[in-house]
Structure formats: structure tokens, C-alpha cells
Design a binder for this molecule. Structure first.
Ligand SMILES: [Zn+2]
Length: 71
């Protein structure tokens, strides 16, 4: 299999963008704003160590699942 360099850079850009989007999303949820899952349109919920062993931001259906480490 050969790697198409143009495709590869497009892929890298996409993941960089989604990383940025994710950071923005996390910040909004942390601030207590209602953010909807881009897939199921359900509100995302922040899980802190007091609430769940698996900390992070998730929607009810689990299509959005961002693991966060609380230190
Ligand atoms: Zn979802």
C-alpha cells in the first residue's frame, strides 16, 4: 500500500482541527454551557471523579466520548 501524501496531509489537518474543536467543546462544557453531541444532538455531560470512575465528557448514547484526566 502506498501513501498518498496529499491525502495524508489532509488527514493530519482534519485531526488537528478536531483536536481544536474538542478543546473548545471541553472548555464550554466545563463552563457549564449546554453543548450538543454532533451525532445524536443530545446534551453532553461532564463526568467528574465524584460522579463516575470514567471521567470525561460523554453523551447519553456514547458517540461522543472524550476522556479527561482529573488530577
Ligand atoms: Zn451522541
Amino acid at each position: 500500500m502506498s501513501i498518498d501524501l496529499q491525502q495524508f496531509s489532509a488527514l493530519q489537518k482534519a485531526s488537528k482541527d478536531s483536536f481544536f474543536e474538542q478543546k473548545k467543546l471541553v472548555k464550554q462544557v466545563m463552563l457549564g454551557k449546554t453543548v450538543l453531541c454532533s451525532h445524536c444532538k443530545q446534551a453532553l455531560k461532564l463526568y467528574t471523579p465524584e460522579q463516575d470512575e470514567l471521567t470525561g465528557i460523554r453523551c447519553v448514547k456514547g458517540c461522543t466520548d472524550i476522556a479527561l484526566d482529573f488530577v
